[in-house]
Every structure is written in C-alpha cells, then in structure tokens.
Design a protein. Structure first.
Length: 115
C-alpha cells in the first residue's frame, strides 16, 4: 500500500524509519524517489531489490532503456552501474513484473538477466 505525497523530480533516495508510531505493529518508511515521495506501511509493503546483469555500455544505452524502467508499474527507483563489468541495473520495486522489464530491455535491443 503506498500513498503518493510530494517531492516531484527529486534526485535522492531517502529511507528512514518512524520509530514512534501510534500502532506498534506499523512502522512507516518514507521513500523519496526521483518521481515522488511514497509512504508505505511496513506490514503491507513488499519492497524487493532486484539486480539485473545487462549489456549496456554507455549513457546512450541507458537512455534507450529508461522508458522501460519508468513505465513499469511497481518500480520505485533504479540505478545503473556502468563501471561494474556486469553493467548492473539495481531495481527497488513493490510488485513490479521483472520479466516484463527484461522483455522491454530485449525490445530495446539489450540483454538483461537476473543475478
């Protein structure tokens, strides 16, 4: 469960716990992403970190696959490490269909596989 609040076009990913809550079983995460700030209740939030090994080689390649990453429902944020020999794409998601992301990479002309 996530609620969109404020913070459009931000460049930071901030995570922090709100330790004192009215309900002891619910801890809130505040996730500040490049598009919006989301608050999700930990008991319902299913955050998943997925790492993909790709054949991206430059920023132009990244620009070609960014529409795939930005349009996929459930992707909270992502990062691309072109300096790593495996050209890793790290995706933080909440229920995103990673197979669709991989297919999108293939349609854009690139390979991607889960690590």
């Amino acid at each position: 469960m996530k609620y969109e609040t404020t913070g459009k076009n931000s460049m930071l990913l901030l995570k922090y716990f709100i330790k004192k809550s009215y309900n002891s079983f619910q801890k809130l995460y505040k996730i500040h992403t490049t598009q919006s700030t989301y608050i999700c209740v930990k008991s319902f939030c299913k955050m998943e970190k997925v790492v993909l090994k790709t054949d991206l080689s430059c920023k132009h390649c990244v620009m070609k696959v960014e529409p795939v990453l930005k349009s996929q429902a459930g992707i909270i944020d992502y990062s691309v490490d072109l300096e790593n020999p495996d050209k890793l794409v790290t995706i933080n998601s909440e229920g995103a269909n990673i197979n669709s992301v991989i297919e999108g990479f293939e349609k854009a002309g690139y390979k991607a596989e889960k690590v």
